[in-house]
Design a protein around this ligand. Structure first.
Ligand code: KDG
Length: 313
């Protein structure tokens, strides 16, 4: 495997009409979950990627499994749990500016993921282990799973890539800060958004904030700056700003960070210069915002290359 990732995937329901969900009568169902979004993004770019989690042994679990397998993600390590349901998530597009998410994932099958579910050889066989800060927020056993996966990766020389993906609805600020910083200190590469950096370290300029991340332990940090692009700092690859890609209209920003992670990781896998890997991340993040749904806009190689070329002309 090029990349192995783990974490909860859910069925996503979106009302077919804008406005408050209480007035919606028809919903579209899609697939979501930060880690599987990244996996789909990498698979579409032609990489070998494995994702695992616990899914409910129910129709929604089967829907997620089938979808991810159809996208070319290796799901051979995914587990079906007969004791708990697949988590659900609703995305309410009230207006272009107001988007709300509602989770129905407490005690879901994925929240029962535990360290015993980890296949050491599977993780050890990957070049990168991708993790997010969503999984440790789900339950104590999920948190232990994340730390055990990091231990395995570190013992086996697998590079740990961590996206803090702060989800305030899932845990208290204090706990989130403590656990996310602990994971940052163990990761090799971190991909925070600027607001996550502010949450962890307080308001700062990107250069100073990046230094604070590096002082915690990682060798590289890529700070996502939204429409402004990204700032990266790497002990071995230098530093710099990568401009954002202007787009006409943001349709749905959810999933842009996962697209960024997929693009960036694919650049590293292809041994592109670090700056070019960040640029590919920024390009895919931008493309994703122009589609409704968390994975629908993830591009194939031709599309992202054309997009980057078009913007650089
Ligand atoms: O990054 C997008 C994810 O937030 C979305 O797909 C759902 O995993 C999800 C979550 O926990 O919010």
């Amino acid at each position: 495997m090029d990349v192995v990732t783990l974490g909860e995937s859910m069925v996503l329901f979106t009302p077919e009409t804008p406005g408050y969900m209480r007035y919606a009568s028809t919903f579209t169902s899609k697939i979501a979950g930060a880690e599987s979004n990244v996996a789909v993004g990498l698979a579409r770019l032609g990489h070998h990627v494995g994702w695992f989690s616990r899914l409910g042994a129910d129709e929604f679990g089967k829907k997620i499994f089938t979808f991810l397998r159809g996208e070319g993600v290796d799901v051979s390590k995914a587990l079906f749990d007969g004791e708990a349901p697949t988590g659900l998530y609703f995305k309410e597009m009230v207006t272009d500016e107001e988007i709300n998410v509602y989770y129905y994932r407490g005690n879901s099958a994925a929240s029962r993921l535990s360290p015993e579910d980890l296949d050491e050889a599977y993780i050890a066989g990957a070049r990168y282990l991708h993790l997010t800060g969503i999984t440790p927020a789900l339950s104590a056993s999920c948190r232990e799973t994340v730390f055990k996966a990091i231990d395995i990766a570190k013992q086996k020389g697998v590079t740990v890539v961590f996206d803090p993906n702060l989800r305030r609805k899932l845990w208290s600020e204090e706990e989130a800060r403590r656990v996310l910083l602990d994971i940052v200190s163990k990761a090799d590469i971190v991909l925070p958004g600027i607001s996550e950096g502010e949450f962890l370290f307080g308001k700062d300029q990107p250069e100073d904030m990046a230094k604070k991340f590096i002082e915690c332990g990682p060798s590289s940090v890529v700070l996502k700056l939204g429409a402004e692009g990204a700032y990266y700092y790497s002990k071995h690859e230098g530093e710099g700003y990568v401009p954002g890609f202007p787009i006409k209209r943001v349709v749905d920003p959810v999933g842009a960070g996962d697209g960024f992670a997929a693009g960036f990781l694919s650049g590293l896998l292809e041994r592109l210069p670090f700056e070019k890997a960040v640029q590919r991340g920024a390009a895919i993040g931008a493309i994703v915002t122009t589609f409704s749904g968390d994975v629908e806009g993830l591009p194939d190689r031709k599309k992202v290359e054309t997009f980057i070329k078009g913007m650089n002309q």
